[in-house]
Design a protein. Structure first.
Length: 116
């Protein structure tokens, strides 16, 4: 049977990929603002747009109440990218926030929700 519940892992994977693409796109915007770089600006728009399209496609594979919160992975990814690329400091509060977001994503992704 090809129920929404059976297709949920694909929807989650697409949403997490969407979060990654939009996060990297925003990083490109940040870098282009610091360097006045048109190629980085355009890359940011392309990545962000691809992330948005992927998000729309992902919505076909599960419930909004499970899939949309998966985009919050972008907040954790932005801390990671900020540290690796921009040299930003990772504080205890940031780590706590990432832990809470990750715990929430795990709870949502393993929930069974309504039976189809």
């Amino acid at each position: 049977m090809n129920s929404k519940q059976d297709r949920l892992p694909l929807g989650i994977a697409l949403m997490l990929t969407s979060a990654l693409l939009t996060c990297v796109g925003q990083l490109c915007w940040k870098l282009s603002a610091n360097r006045s770089s048109l190629p980085l600006l355009l890359a940011g728009f392309a990545l962000y747009g691809c992330g948005a399209l992927l998000m729309m496609a992902a919505m076909r594979f599960g419930e909004l109440s499970v899939l949309h919160p998966m985009l919050s992975a972008g907040y954790a990814l932005s801390v990671l990218l900020g540290t690796l690329v921009l040299g930003e400091e990772v504080t205890g509060r940031k780590l706590l926030g990432i832990a809470v977001i990750t715990a929430g994503l795990v709870c949502l992704s393993t929930s069974r929700g309504a039976k189809p």
